[in-house]
Write a protein that binds this ligand. Structure first.
Ligand SMILES: [Zn+2]
Length: 472
């Protein structure tokens, strides 16, 4: 069974086939945070989803390159830098660190590359020069450089690949300078913004005078630089579809760096909105949560990750504090089952044949159907608990079940590494010898073996169910 994904370009499910002729390498880009403030739980839904996709592609055997940009220069950031009376770097550095702390707390693997916009100004300028030389961008009387939608469409290029646009009202040459605008105001958008007094010290030299890049061009320049002019997967929240992603396509395909017949991005995946307590998040409604707000209420990053990963990414999801309580009890059920299995498994070698990873793969192949995957996992927990109660699970079977969970958890990231002991073969062998020595009542040898294992960093706890290994 192939992996299928819902591609926003075609608005349909498509089989995932990497651009790599070898079928192995996959380029994955997800728009990263704008570091003007702590990220909120809605932002994290997208980042946790990107982490799930990356981990699942790894699990499926692909060689993934995961890139996420850091937008460290943009309209909102500049406003805050000015309000704080500080430098761009001094303002953004602690917010960026906090962001990566939050990502780690949520169990997200760090993307392979996290390029900052301010460290790619020459790449951005080169891309704008390319667009100017191809006649698709121009410097306006205000000194800024804009992308011409009229010229782009005149070349037979399609503006409006991700969203339906109505060009009837559009007046050619009308310009929009701000990074965020509505669909109704489709207009030429800024690639390079001429320096204004409000920018303070935030500006760089360019062929068009001092200024700073627009937000959209950052992603085109950095994704194409660190992946390739054509890459497989571009992820983001659905709120970024327009104008941000539409503009990324126009800039990247307008520069004409792709091989004939190739697009900038093969598959666009968009995560739906997150509601909090049934409403759109807003500071005035009191339902605006950063990760820190939730950890201060006593919830763990793991519980929050579980809740964010409980629903399919394309469905809008209602995140509630009650849901977090539910996440806590669900995880407790899972942990209790795993603990019993660990106790039973001791250091036994895993019996093969567990089907959980295959069932999990079938569910996840359906456009990352994680809710179905969780359904299967909790059925597995219930069946395992029944078998445990009946006493019908051998040590080898328990080890096999744990190995199956660990495999699945390499995707879910619920902390399999801590909960499942990866016992070296040597230690398993010593444990067997010690059991034999104890049975033969050779306590001197049994103690010597215990010490040998201790020297390797493993302790033995003798329980009514037999010996249990612990890391020293
Ligand atoms: Zn982006």
């Amino acid at each position: 069974m192939p992996l299928t994904v819902f591609n926003t370009l075609s608005r349909s499910l498509e089989e995932f086939v990497p651009l790599d002729p070898g079928g192995n390498r996959v380029g994955l880009y997800c728009c990263g945070p704008t570091i003007h403030d702590f990220a909120h739980i809605g932002n994290f839904r997208t980042f946790v989803f990107a982490d799930l996709v990356r981990r699942y592609l790894d699990f499926r055997g692909y060689g993934v390159a995961h890139v996420m940009n850091i937008t460290d220069v943009e309209d909102k950031i500049i406003r805050r830098v000015r309000a704080a009376g500080t430098s761009l770097q001094t303002f953004t550095a602690p917010i960026e660190s906090a962001f990566f702390e939050d990502m780690a707390a949520l169990g997200c693997l760090r993307p392979h590359r996290t390029p900052r916009a301010t460290e790619h100004i020459p790449d951005i300028v080169a891309l704008i020069e390319k667009l100017v030389s191809r006649g698709l961008a121009y410097q306006a009387p205000d000194g800024s450089v804009y992308f011409s939608i009229e010229k782009y469409r005149g070349r037979g290029c399609h503006y409006g690949q991700l969203v339906k646009l109505n060009f009837d009202e559009m007046r050619p040459g009308e310009r929009v300078a701000s990074d965020e605008y509505a669909k109704e105001s489709i207009a030429d958008f800024a690639l390079w913004k001429a320096r204004t007094p409000e920018d303070g010290e935030v500006h760089w030299p360019s062929p068009w005078g001092d200024g700073r890049p627009g937000w959209h061009i950052e992603c085109s320049a950095m994704s194409m630089k660190w992946l390739s002019p054509s890459f497989d997967l571009h992820l983001g929240g659905e709120d970024l579809m327009f104008p941000h992603h539409e503009d990324e396509i126009a800039q990247s395909e307008g520069a004409g760096l792709q091989a004939p017949g190739r697009h900038f991005v093969k598959y666009w995946l968009h995560a739906a909105h997150l509601l909090v307590e049934g409403k759109k998040m807003s500071k005035s409604l009191g339902n605006y949560f950063t990760l820190r707000d939730l950890t201060q209420k006593g919830f763990s990053g793991r519980e929050i990750r579980f809740l964010l990963l409980s629903a399919h990414y394309r469905g809008s999801f209602n995140f509630t504090l009650g849901g977090l309580d539910g996440a806590r009890s669900a995880l407790a059920r899972l942990d209790e089952c795993l603990a019993k299995l660990r106790e039973l498994a001791g250091g036994a070698s895993a019996a093969p044949g567990e089907k959980l990873p295959d069932d999990f793969t079938k569910a996840m192949d359906e456009d990352f159907n994680v809710s179905r995957a969780w359904g299967l996992i909790f059925e597995w927990v219930a069946a395992t608990n029944r078998a445990l109660a009946e006493g019908s699970i051998t040590a080898a079977k328990a080890a096999g079940l744990l190995a199956a969970w660990q495999r699945v958890d390499s995707v879910l990231g619920m902390g399999g590494k801590e909960t499942v002991l990866d016992v070296p073969e040597k230690v398993t062998e010593l444990l067997k010898q010690r059991e034999a020595a104890r049975k033969a009542r050779d306590f001197q040898r049994s103690d010597a073996l215990r010490n040998e294992m201790k020297a390797l960093g493993w302790l033995i706890e003798d329980t009514p169910n037999g010996p249990r290994l612990k890391k020293a």
